[in-house]
Design a binder for this molecule. Structure first.
Ligand SMILES: Cc1ncc(COP(=O)(O)O)c(C=O)c1O
Length: 384
């Protein structure tokens, strides 16, 4: 049997990883400024995380959601405290798409409506409703396209109110900071208007913090930069540092009923051990403070590079925009400088999602490497 090939692959085979570094099968070490799509929060193979997971696996890896699991309660309490979202309740699942699928379903149950407002260039995952609210027709099959969705421009309050006033909208879903779409974000005023308009027209506000959450923006959730209180918050990536775990925080004004949501694997013992360990380490190592400090250093150093159009994002969710496609640049960074970076649907944008534990030395190494690669690329172009 061969693999069903859906991913274009770089020719690198990582076999181990530690902190901000990944090592391939030939022993080459790479600086990881992409964290496997923003998943690695506390750093690769963190010692305490490895022992917490090993301990839990030796004790009990899994049992079903029909019995008591005190680890889920411990996780809810800890997450409420660390995220400062104590007035929400937690539902656990396994991935980002699944978190959004449940968030959208919750909103529809709660309002009795079915239309969703999403935004241009949004990415919310690949399951049925999550992909339907993703602004990319190429990854929507006819089955997914049956959902009622209005895609509106970011920061266009008038368009949002026009759509909401039709009174058939269950939810507005928005990324704290767009990831796949290229680091665009709503303004603080826009987020605050969304909150007000959703209340006025009885729709739920869903904040997709799957990529921008868990400290990545320099606050636990990126909406916390804007002082709003969403109805539902979805999260995944950084939550388990690579162990598949996701969840939604549901405002405690929304009532649960048995059977409304459910999952076999969601919130299993291993997933909870991973998520608890991540929160312990974020707290103990003050990683959110580190995000802010390293981000300030990055913003200072990146100014040394002249042919950058703009720098987008917040904290350690950063986009560097050029006036040319970055595919060649990314290849040179991997194969010549041994640095992993990411792309997005904007071909001219280099996306950085390093582990939250990264230091300023690694940023210095990246900026120096970027200068060398840009010089080499421009010399090659000039000599043609
Ligand atoms: C903002 C956002 N939402 C949802 C998802 C989907 O998450 P998953 O791939 O875990 O299903 C992603 C993944 O990149 C994302 O960036």
């Amino acid at each position: 049997m061969e693999l069903f090939e859906v991913y274009p692959l770089y020719d690198v085979t990582p076999v181990s990883a530690k902190g901000c570094y990944v090592i391939d099968n030939l022993g080459q070490k790479y600086l990881d400024l992409y964290g496997g799509h923003g998943v690695i929060s506390i750093g690769h193979s963190h010692k305490e995380y490895v022992s917490a997971l090993s301990r839990q696996l030796g004790q009990m890896g899994f049992y079903s959601n029909s019995i008591k699991n005190p680890l889920q309660e411990a996780l809810a309490h800890k997450l409420g405290k660390v995220s400062k979202c104590e007035d929400y309740n937690l539902f656990l699942c396994n991935s980002g798409a699944e978190a959004n699928e449940n968030a959208l379903k919750m909103a529809s149950f709660e309002t009795g409506k079915s239309k969703i407002i999403a935004f241009e260039k949004a990415f919310h995952g690949r399951t049925s409703a999550a992909v339907a609210v993703t602004d990319n027709p190429k990854i929507n099959a006819p089955l997914n396209s049956q959902h009622k969705v209005a895609f509106l421009p970011l920061n266009d309050e008038i368009a949002v109110e026009r759509e909401l006033s039709k009174n058939d909208v269950a939810a507005v879903i928005i990324e704290g900071i767009q990831g796949v779409g290229g680091l665009n974000e709503g303004s603080g005023d826009f987020f605050r208007s969304l909150e007000k308009l959703c209340k006025k027209y009885g729709a739920m506000l869903i904040l997709d913090e799957i990529q921008s959450g868990y400290g990545r923006s320099g606050k636990f959730f990126s909406f916390q930069h804007h002082g709003i209180h969403p109805d539902i918050i979805s999260m995944a990536k950084g939550m388990g540092n690579g162990f598949p775990v996701g969840g939604i925080l549901i405002s405690n004004s929304i009532n649960a009923s048995y059977g409304m949501l459910g999952t076999t694997f969601g919130g299993n013992h291993l997933a909870c051990a991973a998520a608890l360990s991540v929160l312990d380490i974020i707290e103990k190592e003050q990683l959110i403070d580190n995000v802010r400090e390293v981000s300030r250093h990055f913003l200072k150093r990146i100014k040394e590079i002249q042919n950058i159009k703009s720098v987008k994002g917040k904290g350690l969710m950063m986009g560097i925009s050029f006036d040319f496609p970055v595919s060649e640049l990314r290849k040179a960074l991997i194969f010549d400088e041994h640095i992993f970076t990411g792309g997005s649907s904007d071909p001219n944008l280099l996306r950085l999602l390093p582990p939250l534990s990264i230091g300023t030395d690694e940023i210095d190494r990246f900026v120096d490497a970027l200068k060398r690669v840009l010089t080499r690329i421009s010399n090659t172009k000039n000599s043609i």
